[in-house]
Ligand binder design. Structure first.
Ligand SMILES: [Cu+2]
Length: 293
């Protein structure tokens, strides 16, 4: 985590150096340290394939950053993995609203497939090439080291903010078989984790793995689960809960003995979806999904 923060700072620093020495970097051209991908207009409806992300394949070098700019009018995600196998956790933008963007810095070489969890026909690839072995790249390394030192002196505030978000997304995984998880919030006053669902038109199951650093179970290792304020039966295997819910459910509460207060301040949108049900929902309720501008 820390490394990528440092890297993005270094990148910023490098950009500011471009003004000083433009010729040194001009030769990198495309497929260098950064690439930008846009969501195709209207890609929330099938038919944009194979160019739902534009360009659908980008090439960068190790340490480079890809920025996804949502130039479409609908919310999208850029989630590593494939629609068939699901997200693999290398990177995940979660929901990126129209006009917003998401960046990820790639620290290792490889080919990374990604897709949009809301519109799984939207797929793309990031190819990260090993760093070229020539003089210019050496300059990068030296500069990164240099900026690294400076960063440590002045970067604490941002470092903290970035860690807060990143760390929490690592804290648990959640998926649903009907609808999408719109938001997970916490209420430290009554030690409750709130899972807000959206578009659960059918009965479904929420599978969520909890980290005890976020929500501490009761002494016997158990939690309570409330749906529409009524206690429900659920299955618990270790820290993974399988919770069945009825069509139309909007709020599932998981009660433990303690919830980390900081968590409540972070408005987190996790989109873990059952692909099939999402296609159905998107088709059925397309109108209501369009954010009112
Ligand atoms: Cu999308």
């Amino acid at each position: 985590m820390k490394k990528s923060v440092c890297l993005s700072f270094s990148l910023l620093a490098i950009f500011s150096l471009i003004a000083v020495a433009p010729s040194a970097f001009a030769e990198h051209g495309e497929g260098g340290m950064s690439a930008t991908v846009e969501n195709a207009a209207g890609s929330s409806t099938p038919g944009c394939e194979p160019d739902c992300f534009i360009p659908s394949t980008v090439v960068i070098t190790v340490g480079g950053t890809v920025t996804w700019e949502n130039t479409d009018t609908m919310a999208h995600t850029s989630s590593s993995g494939t629609p068939v196998d699901g997200p693999d956790g290398v990177f995940d933008s979660s929901l990126v609203m129209a006009g917003a963007s998401f960046s990820h810095t790639f620290d290792s070489a490889g080919t990374f497939d990604y897709f949009c969890m809301v519109h799984p026909w939207m797929t793309g690839t990031v190819i990260v090439e090993a760093e070229a072995e020539h003089g210019e790249e050496m300059e990068h390394t030296e500069m990164e080291e240099m900026e690294h030192t400076e960063m440590e002196e002045m970067g604490h505030g941002d470092d903290h903010a970035a860690n807060g978000v990143e760390d929490i997304s690592d804290q648990f995984t959640a998926s649903v078989t009907s609808g999408v998880i719109h938001h997970i919030g916490a209420n430290s006053d009554d030690d409750t984790l709130l899972v807000h669902l959206f578009g659960a038109d059918d009965d479904g199951e929420l599978k969520i793995t909890l980290n005890k650093d976020i929500i501490t179970p009761f002494d016997d290792g158990s939690y309570f689960v409330l749906i529409n304020s009524e206690e429900v039966e659920f299955e618990q295997m270790g820290r993974t809960l399988h919770i069945d819910y009825d069509a139309g459910t909007e709020k599932i509460e998981i009660v433990g003995s303690h919830v980390v207060p900081e968590f409540g301040t972070i408005a987190m949108i996790i989109l873990a979806v059952a692909i099939v049900s999402i296609i159905a929902i998107t088709t059925k309720t397309k109108i209501s999904l369009i954010p009112r501008l």
